[in-house]
Design a protein around this ligand. Structure first.
Ligand code: ATP
Ligand code: MG
Length: 357
């Protein structure tokens, strides 16, 4: 539904040219929900604005629904209002002097996507029902909460039944609780409408819960493009490992096949065949993949450590455990079974380690 090829965008600034997007390729299949995830300044918004037609690419092409909307080679550029897209931004961008209904109906009565007069009311109500605002249609939009205003913006974006929905950090102005709730609803709504969605966020937990696929971006490029489970379970490189979820990193050295020398001794791990003996690597492990015990287990390699910090968060506890001068973050289900200062055995399952150059 969306095909981006070799997209490049350079801005000129008073400090010289800024390469916002550097040869980005991306395909979003029909009905998919794809998230662009990355730190501030990595080029997420610029990519989305190019798809919307709000920025002109310096190179590359963009296809929406089988039609080129941008191609620098062919000299094609289709303006935003002819791209058949809906957009939702961080700021709700609702018209403050209009009612809920009038905000939502606007794209159907003005502009290019106008609907036949006899369909306008039904379609507006359909969109309002989808976002569960049908009972508030006559309210001034400014009487609504942030979450409700964002739902008005969403209803307005889908009322024209666009093929593609583009969203840029739409939940980041909401408080934490509402954000979680809206995440759930957003996914439900986009799936029930079947609209193809490209969604921008810097929030990794939002990306994990929303995306059919996540594209982790850094410095104008996509570093990994995979389903959320794969991004979390097998981060392609150290950047992705650090950006998505929590990870402990331990500088080590390869000493043999399946073995590395770490600050706390030999660690069994799967060393890729490309790593020669003596090469420096980073061992990485998620907090929930390290075990904590009173004594060593026969079946699992372990090291001795000391509890330096305990953080109980309800359903689980985070520990900081010092092992040979290295602080390791460990997550265990349930209430803390150790207190600060106690010795503890850290279980190092060989399967738990990721290895990075
Ligand atoms: N109009 C512009 N003029 C000059 N530089 C720009 C312009 N828009 C974006 N940039 C630069 O391009 C780079 C990418 O910006 P972009 O807004 O795409 O990042 P982002 O990933 O959306 O970040 P954030 O999470 O902070 O919104 C940044 O270095 C930014 O400063
Ligand atoms: Mg942005």
């Amino acid at each position: 539904m969306i095909t981006i090829r070799n997209l490049e965008k350079v801005f000129s600034s008073n400090r010289g040219p800024v390469w916002a997007v550097k040869g980005l390729d991306l395909v979003v299949e029909e009905g998919q929900f794809v998230v662009l995830l990355g730190p501030s300044g990595c080029g997420k918004t610029t990519t989305l604005r190019c798809v919307a037609g709000l920025e002109r690419p310096d190179r590359g092409s963009i296809e929406i629904a089988g039609r080129f909307v941008d191609s620098t080679e062919e000299g094609v550029y289709v303006p935003p209002e002819r791209r058949n897209i809906g957009m939702v931004f961080q700021s709700y961008a609702v018209w403050p002097h209009l009612s809920v209904y009038d905000n939502v109906v606007l794209p159907l009565t003005e502009g290019r996507q106008r609907a036949p007069k006899n369909q306008v009311r039904d379609r507006a109500l359909e969109a309002l029902t989808l976002v569960r605002l049908q009972d508030l249609e006559s309210r001034p939009v400014t009487d609504l909460s942030g979450g409700q205003q964002q739902r008005v913006a969403l209803a307005r974006a889908i009322v024209t039944r666009p093929k593609v929905l583009l969203m840029d950090e739409p939940l980041s102005n909401l408080d934490a609780r509402l954000r979680d709730q809206m995440r759930f609803e957003l996914k439900k709504i986009t799936k029930s409408v079947g609209v193809t969605t490209l969604y921008v966020t810097h929030d990794q937990s939002e990306a994990l819960s929303l995306g059919d696929r996540i594209c982790v971006m850094s410095d104008g490029k996509i570093l990994q493009d995979a389903p959320p489970q794969e991004i979390y379970a097998s981060p392609a490189n150290r950047f992705v490992a650090e950006f998505v979820g929590e990870m402990n990193f331990v500088p080590s050295k390869v000493v043999g096949p399946g073995e590395a020398d770490s600050p706390f001794g030999r660690v069994r791990c799967s060393v890729p065949p490309t790593c020669q003996n003596g090469s420096e690597i980073i061992l990485a492990v998620r907090p929930e993949h390290l075990g904590l015990s009173r004594q060593p287990h026969q079946s699992c390699p372990s090291v001795q450590g000391r509890i330096v910090h305990v953080n109980y968060v309800g359903d689980s506890t985070f520990f900081e455990v010092e092992v040979s001068g290295v602080p390791l973050r460990i997550k265990q289900p349930g209430a803390p079974g150790f207190s600060v200062g106690e010795p503890a055995t850290v279980l190092l399952s060989p399967d738990a380690w990721h290895v990075y150059h």
